[in-house]
Design a protein around this ligand. Structure first.
Ligand code: CAP
Ligand code: MG
Length: 413
C-alpha cells in the first residue's frame, strides 16, 4: 500500500489564531529540531511513529497540527480548533492533545509546555471565574488594599474548636482571609462538618463586631464526591471553598465554578505543582496552568512568592501573576495569592513585585509570632498597611508594636 510522507512543518505560513490552539514548547533533544517538532505535531494530531495507510489527505489537511515556528529550543505548534471536542471533553481532552503523550516520547529528551493560547470558539466553552479578584474584594468590602490571609497552622492536628479559635483570633487581628491547609480535609481529629460550622460561628462573631472575613474550607476529594461536598460545606456555613487543582484536576475546578448550586468563591491551591513546573526544561509552566485555572473558573490562585518566600518559583511566579490579571483575557481576573514562608518583613518587597491587587498569606508568619495568632495577624496587616502607604516597614514599626516584634524575630528581607 502507498503511504504518503506527510510534512507537519509550515514554518513560512501564518495561521489564523482564531482557528488554532497555539502552544509553545521548549524542546531538549539530540535530533534536529525540525524532526522533533514534527514528531510532536504528528503524535498529538493525525500521525504516529510510522506512516499509516489510513491517513487520507483530507484528514491530514483538516486535522493535522502545524509546526509554525522554531527558534532555538522553542517550538510553536498550532492545533486546528476542530481537533478539540465540543461540549464534552473539556480540559482533560485539551490536555491530552497539548500535554499528552508528547512528554513520554523516547526520541525527545525533555519537553516543557511554556504557553498556550486558545481561539474564542474554545474560550466560549468556559465561563471563567464567577467572582474573581473583584468579586472577592466586594465580598470583603476591601476595594484597594491587598487582601491579607493566613493558613491555619499546624497543618493538621487541631480540633474544629481550635481551628475556629485560630480563625477568630486571625480576624480579630485584622486578617481578611484564612484557609485550611492542603493536607486537611476530613480527618477524624477535625471532621469537616464540625470544623466548617465552628469556623462559620467565628466568622459570624467577627461580622457582628464589624469585621468581614472569609475562610476557604478544603473540599479536595474524588471527582465523584466533590460537588456534593462543596454543597454540604456551603450548607454548613462555608463562605469560600478551596480545591487543589493538580491533585483534583482542572475539571474539578470547572465543575465547581459552573455548578449553579455553588455560590461561594473558589480558592485554588496548587499542591504537587512543583513536580510539574519546577524543572525549567520539562513539564508544564505555571503560566499555562494559570491560563487553564482562569478558564476553568478559579477565583483565587496560588502563584508563589515572586522570588521572596520559601517556595522556589522565579519567573514562573511573575508569569502566573500576569496571567491572573491580564486584561486581554475574556474572563474575570483571578486574585493572585502569594503564599509560602511569608512573614511581615518580606511583605514590602513582595508587594513591590506584585502590585496591590494581590492576596498575601502567611501561616508560620502569623502563628509563629511571639505574641500569638492575633498579634501575628496584626503584624501582617501592619506590614501590608505600610506597603500600601508607601512607608518603609522599619519606620512603620516604630509605633506598631506587633510589626516591630515580627521584625525583631524574622528580620526584613
Ligand atoms: C504556606 C503553605 C502553602 C504553600 C504552598 C504551606 O504556609 O500553607 O501551602 O505556600 O506554596 O503549607 O507551606 P507558610 P505554593 O506560610 O507557613 O509557609 O503556593 O508555592 O504551592
Ligand atoms: Mg499549605
Amino acid at each position: 500500500m502507498m503511504m504518503k510522507d506527510y510534512s507537519y512543518l509550515h514554518l513560512d505560513e501564518s495561521t489564523d489564531p482564531e482557528g488554532y490552539v497555539v502552544c509553545e514548547y521548549r524542546v531538549t533533544t539530540d535530533m534536529p529540531m525540525e524532526n522533533a517538532a514534527s514528531a510532536i505535531a504528528a503524535e498529538q494530531s493525525t500521525g504516529t511513529w510510522t506512516g499509516i495507510s489510513t491517513l487520507r489527505d483530507d484528514v491530514f489537511e483538516r486535522y493535522g497540527a502545524r509546526v509554525t515556528r522554531i527558534e532555538g529550543d522553542l517550538v510553536e505548534v498550532a492545533y486546528p480548533a476542530e481537533d478539540f471536542s465540543i461540549d464534552v471533553g473539556g480540559v482533560p481532552q485539551i490536555l491530552s492533545v497539548i500535554a499528552g503523550n508528547l512528554f513520554g516520547l523516547e526520541s525527545i529528551g525533555k519537553l516543557r509546555l511554556e504557553d498556550v493560547r486558545f481561539p474564542s470558539c474554545i474560550q466560549e466553552q468556559f465561563s471563567g471565574p464567577r467572582f474573581g479578584a473583584e468579586g472577592l474584594r466586594r465580598i470583603l468590602g476591601r476595594p484597594e488594599k491587598p487582601l491579607v490571609g493566613t493558613i491555619v497552622k499546624p497543618k493538621i492536628g487541631l480540633s474544629p474548636e481550635d481551628t475556629a479559635e485560630y480563625v477568630y483570633e486571625a480576624g480579630a487581628g485584622g486578617l481578611t482571609n484564612s484557609k485550611d491547609d492542603e493536607t486537611l480535609v476530613d480527618q477524624r481529629f477535625c471532621p469537616i462538618e464540625d470544623r466548617t460550622k465552628a469556623v462559620a460561628e467565628s466568622l459570624d462573631r467577627l461580622k457582628e463586631e464589624g469585621h468581614r472575613m472569609v475562610h476557604a474550607v478544603n473540599i479536595s476529594t474524588g471527582g465523584h464526591r466533590i460537588l456534593e461536598l462543596a454543597e454540604k460545606v456551603q450548607s454548613w456555613g462555608a463562605k469560600q471553598i478551596m480545591v487543589d487543582v493538580i491533585t483534583c484536576g482542572f475539571a474539578a475546578v470547572q465543575a465547581l465554578a459552573e455548578d449553579p448550586s455553588i455560590k461561594v468563591p473558589i480558592h485554588v491551591h496548587r499542591t504537587m505543582h512543583g513536580a510539574i513546573t519546577r524543572d525549567p526544561l520539562h513539564g508544564i509552566s505555571m503560566l499555562a496552568i494559570t491560563r487553564l485555572v482562569r478558564m476553568c473558573g478559579g477565583d483565587a490562585l496560588h502563584i508563589g512568592t515572586l522570588g521572596v518566600g520559601k517556595m522556589s518559583g522565579g519567573k514562573g511566579d511573575h508569569d502566573s501573576l500576569e496571567a491572573c490579571l491580564d486584561g486581554g483575557s475574556p474572563y474575570a481576573t483571578v486574585m493572585p495569592v502569594c503564599s509560602g514562608g511569608v512573614y511581615p518583613g518580606m511583605v514590602g518587597r513582595m508587594i513591590e513585585e506584585s502590585g496591590m491587587n494581590v492576596q498575601i498569606q502567611a501561616g508560620g508568619g502569623v502563628a509563629g509570632h511571639p505574641g500569638g495568632v492575633r498579634s501575628g495577624a496584626r503584624g501582617m496587616c501592619q506590614a501590608v498597611d505600610a506597603a500600601f502607604l508607601g512607608v518603609h516597614v522599619r519606620d512603620y514599626a516604630e509605633d506598631h508594636r506587633e510589626l516591630r516584634e515580627a521584625l525583631d524575630k524574622w528580620g526584613i528581607k
